[in-house]
Design a protein around this ligand. Structure first.
Ligand code: PLP
Length: 395
């Protein structure tokens, strides 16, 4: 890699491990490497740190219920957001075998959407809630879809591409009216906006460490106390028999620390980071013709901006940005490499010539005003250059 300065605006894809988080996890890789399931003190003492991490995560999402031993048992550590999503849906289908139907939105991350397609192949009826041109859920259609056959509804708290925030508390109430369980994929929302399960009827919630300055390979599934839960991974007694496999100790401890930091940085996300994001949008859209912000202008994550540049190819924009050391994403990190507009932009009905040139900028608490000004200065030249070569561009 060259020594040019990196401007990292791809934080919805993954985030840097915070230095404080790395310091917290480091001893558990090299010095205190014992197995938390061991009887000896060297291993067993690690378990206390896992329980501390569980409490830190519980505090971040308001999962305040404890069992009679004072443990925050609603938090199950997993390997990632995708595992948590899959576990929630499969658990619900096993918990209510008489109900077969699954309701999800068309804009879910592949961790839920591809699972929906797979369930259809296995004979489960799956309904997909549509969105409008701004990516907002069609709540009327949702109410029509959920019924007494529905086992589970899974709707994301915030979308990874547009940053749209969805009314999951309201959606959970509707699901419960019909006796269905409600799960939310909160992977993009946690750490960016306040998310409190205790104020809501949400039964299960997924989150992922690497989206909030913890390492990759650790996640959480919150399961409300009293919910009939069926594990997906069978084996040892870890996580009270709800997720077998020796714990990813260092990463779990890191996630606990990251959760603690996130509680403090949410304010920064919603003030300073949001102001940087707004300045980026205003700077780019004010200087580049036919550049438009996509998504819901009223209900968006404070760090995310999806901007469509008409008549240019998103991959080419990314390549030119990359030469300047600017990292962003076209639509979704997971669809990069494919030349089709993302399923989210297609569901919103964004015209092909705009969807193709959509770039997602996602900021974090580590971005600075200087970085944003640099991007604002460079983007007009990149777009003008590419438009000169574009057969679709008309002044
Ligand atoms: N859900 C959403 C909304 C995401 O953005 C992602 C990752 O981008 C995931 C789930 C998957 O999380 P993980 O990478 O931890 O499996």
């Amino acid at each position: 890699m060259s020594s040019k300065k990196l401007i990292y605006l791809d934080n919805n894809a993954t985030t840097a491990v915070a230095p404080e988080v790395f310091e917290a996890m480091r001893p558990y890789l090299c010095e205190r490497y014992g197995n938390p399931g061991s009887i000896h003190t060297f291993g067993g003492s690690v378990m206390a740190k896992i329980e501390e991490a569980r409490e830190q995560v519980a505090a971040l999402i308001g999962a305040s219920r404890k069992d009679r031993h004072g443990k925050f048992t609603e938090i199950i550590f997993t390997s990632c957001g995708s595992e948590s999503d899959n576990t929630a849906v499969f658990s619900a289908l096993r918990a209510c075998p008489k109900r077969k139907k699954v309701v999800i939105s068309v804009v879910e991350h592949p961790a839920v959407l591809s699972l929906g397609k797979e369930l259809e192949k296995r004979g489960y009826p799956v309904s997909y809630i549509p969105v409008d041109s701004k990516g907002r859920l069609d709540m009327e259609r949702y109410e029509e879809m959920v019924d007494s056959e529905t086992a589970i509804v899974s709707i994301m708290w915030a979308n990874n591409e547009t940053g749209n925030i969805y009314p999951v508390e309201k959606c959970a109430e509707i699901a419960h009216r019909y006796g269905a369980l409600f799960h939310t994929d909160a992977v993009q929302a946690i750490g960016k906006i306040p998310c409190n399960v205790s104020d809501s009827e949400i039964d299960m919630l997924s989150l992922s460490g690497h989206k909030l300055h913890a390492p990759k390979g650790v996640g959480v599934l919150y399961v409300r106390r009293g919910i009939n839960f069926h594990p997906m991974q069978i084996g040892g007694h870890q996580e009270r028999g709800r997720r077998a496999g020796t714990e990813n100790v260092a990463s779990i401890i890191a996630l606990g620390k990251a959760a603690e930091l996130a509680m403090k940085s949410i304010r920064d996300e919603n003030t300073r980071v949001k102001a940087l994001r707004d300045r980026l949008e205003q700077g780019i859209c004010g200087s580049i013709p036919k550049a438009m912000v996509l998504g819901d202008p009223e209900n968006r994550l404070p760090n995310t901006s999806l901007i469509g540049f008409e008549a240019v190819e998103g991959e080419s924009i990314l390549m030119m940005m990359d030469r300047l050391g600017i990292c962003a994403s076209s639509g979704s990190a997971c669809t990069t490499g494919s030349l089709e507009p993302s399923h989210v932009l297609r569901a919103m009905g964004v015209p092909y010539t705009v969807a193709h040139g959509a770039i997602r900028f996602s900021l974090s608490t580590y971005n600075t005003a200087d970085e944003i000004e640099f991007v604002i200065r460079e983007m007009p030249g990149i777009i003008a250059w590419l438009r000169k070569l574009s057969p679709f561009w008309k002044e």
